[in-house]
Design a protein around this ligand. Structure first.
Ligand code: ZN
Length: 426
């Protein structure tokens, strides 16, 4: 009788022995067994792996199925993992991402994220706040190993990510008929000129998105291969409607109700703008990229002397921000005002107590400190500790300008948003 092991124990053993970080092992664990594999061996109708040179058979395995799929649920033991404080029930996919990006990449300096997440989540939620910490901050070595970890993940894509599916290649059934029906209903409701107003064109697009999302529901590529960009721009232009495009210089902006698969009949007037919007590396995008670069340079020039000085300038002007579980952490240490305009520090405790909602945050943009100085209350605790950090902060803004100018010329999506007007009039 061969020694056997459960999948959970196997995963934890591989973590403890550092075997989980070998690309060859990972490819073997997530693929169907193939002969001549050095790590996984067939044993009768099951497979086993070598642990300290002993072939140990995996319970519930077979030679025709991969040992693990990313959605398998396991209990990951904290004893072998720095970024975990206690054992956690998780999926193999989430565990692997955490082990590669946080345990190895950030050398265990951030906490385990027990949900489906993207590289951006790690950057926004874990890396950026930690760069400015005074206690155990991330350093250049950590950023270098994080970069290596992200590249390592690329090697796993072909094995772990389903790139496409039949649904992902097809439009939602009867979309042309459904679109015609929605347009007819909207014209009856809002009048025949309604689509000259981008609010109604956007509403139409949102109804079409809903149909497409319903069609893609449950598809293994959704939010992975078919991510936001594919759903909101590629599939939209291909199957739903080309929509509103910022015009190229010298052409008229407008709304194109057809999709690219609607067949012949594009208006020659629209062709330049449509193709400028859908090709990679188009002229306008290249041209617009200059704008962001120029702003970065200008902002460095004007911001190098800025510092955070006095405690509180007494500003009662704020910036209303929609706080939810995805962005709350990024605001810890900032100051928000109550109805009486008194500032309070926003923290995990405050968020846990008051929950989601609109918070009126103090902001450097409305700081009344004279000269090139900002106050600590408008800046927030983290920036207050880092007196000359405002310049770096502004570079983020230059990045945002770059992004906005590129987006205006590239595949972009319009959406309807609620803006609490009364709260923003002072
Ligand atoms: Zn201020």
């Amino acid at each position: 009788m061969k020694k056997s092991i459960s999948k959970t124990d196997l995963f934890n053993t591989l973590v403890a022995n550092n075997d989980i970080y070998e690309i060859y092992n990972l490819l073997s664990l997530f693929n169907v067994y193939m002969k001549d594999n050095k790590f996984v061996k067939a044993y009768e109708d099951k497979v086993g792996v070598y642990i300290h040179e002993d072939l140990v058979v995996i319970e519930g395995s077979s030679t025709t199925e991969p040992i693990f799929i990313p959605s398998d649920v396991i209990t990951l033991k904290a004893e072998n993992v720095k970024c975990l404080s206690k054992d956690v029930k998780t999926t193999v996919g989430v565990a692997l991402l955490n082990l590669i990006l946080i345990e190895k990449g950030l050398n265990g300096k951030a906490a385990y994220i027990n949900e489906n997440f993207s590289i951006k989540t790690v950057e926004n939620r874990e890396i950026v706040p930690r760069l400015l910490l005074t206690d155990n901050p991330l350093d250049i070595e950590d950023m270098y190993s994080f970069d290596t970890a992200v590249r390592f993940l690329e090697g796993l894509n072909a094995t772990l990510v389903q790139p496409t599916s039949l649904k992902a290649l097809l439009p939602p059934p009867d979309i042309a008929k459904k679109k015609a029906k929605i347009i007819k209903e909207m014209v009856e409701k809002y009048g025949k000129d309604c689509f000259e107003d981008p609010i109604y064109t956007t509403e139409l697009e949102e109804q079409l998105f809903a149909i497409d999302r319903e069609w893609m529901k449950g598809d293994p590529t959704l939010d992975i291969g078919s991510d936001g960009k594919i759903m909101n721009t590629t599939r939209k232009k291909l199957f739903l409607m080309i929509g509103q495009d910022t015009a190229m210089p010298g052409t008229t902006p407008g709304t194109v109700f057809r999709s690219l698969t609607d067949g012949y009949g594009l208006d020659p007037e629209d062709v330049t703008a449509i193709f400028n919007g859908i090709i990679a590396g188009n002229y306008s995008k290249g041209k617009e990229t200059q704008v962001g670069g120029t702003y970065a340079k200008l902002l460095i020039r004007v911001s190098s002397g800025m510092k955070v000085g006095v405690d509180d300038c007494g500003s009662t002007e704020g910036f209303i921000t929609d706080i939810n579980k995805d962005n709350a952490k990024g605001f810890y240490g900032r100051y928000y005002m109550n109805k009486a305009k008194e500032p309070f520090v926003f923290s995990k405790e405050v968020y846990d107590k008051h929950g989601d909602g609109y918070y009126n945050f103090r902001t450097k943009a409305k700081c009344f400190s004279p000269g090139s100085e900002f106050c600590k209350t408008c800046s927030g605790d983290i920036h207050a500790e880092y007196e000359f950090g405002s310049g770096h902060n502004l570079l983020q803004l230059a990045g945002d300008i770059l992004n906005a100018s590129m987006k205006a010329m590239h595949a972009n999506v319009m959406s309807l948003q609620y803006f609490p007007l009364h709260d923003n009039i002072h």
